[in-house]
Design a protein around this ligand. Structure first.
Ligand SMILES: [Zn+2]
Length: 113
């Protein structure tokens, strides 16, 4: 017997999704594993988004979206969630062009909605 690492519910041994909270179990995450390219892209995107925040820091106003978008991306990566096209384009335009291009290159198929 195993337990959901997010909510602690008991799971069937072959369960891929927790029936209580709906999150994927480790086995499911492993099955839809991130490619090495995506892992590298994620690191590059994180670095350039943080650099984007710092670069815009002096104007203060972009912090209203730069920091929330960067935090949101970090959360999406740690949860294994998809990043929408709108978010990618906004990152490219308003946070950092390199991070945006890397985001657009990211393969979303291995992530959940
Ligand atoms: Zn759960």
């Amino acid at each position: 017997m195993k337990y959901c690492k997010y909510c602690g519910s008991q799971l069937d041994d072959d369960a891929v999704v927790c029936v209580n909270c709906g999150r994927a179990t480790d086995e499911f995450v492993a099955a839809g594993a991130e490619s090495d390219t995506n892992k590298t892209l994620n690191i590059v995107i994180k670095v350039f988004m943080v650099l984007g925040c710092i670069a815009y820091g002096w104007t203060l106003i972009p912090l209203i979206w730069c920091i929330p978008m960067t935090v949101s991306f970090f959360r999406k990566v740690s949860d294994g969630r998809k990043v929408g096209v709108g978010f990618k384009v906004c990152t490219l335009l308003f946070v950092n062009i390199i991070a945006g291009i890397c985001l657009l290159c990211r393969d979303e198929n291995c992530y959940k909605d």
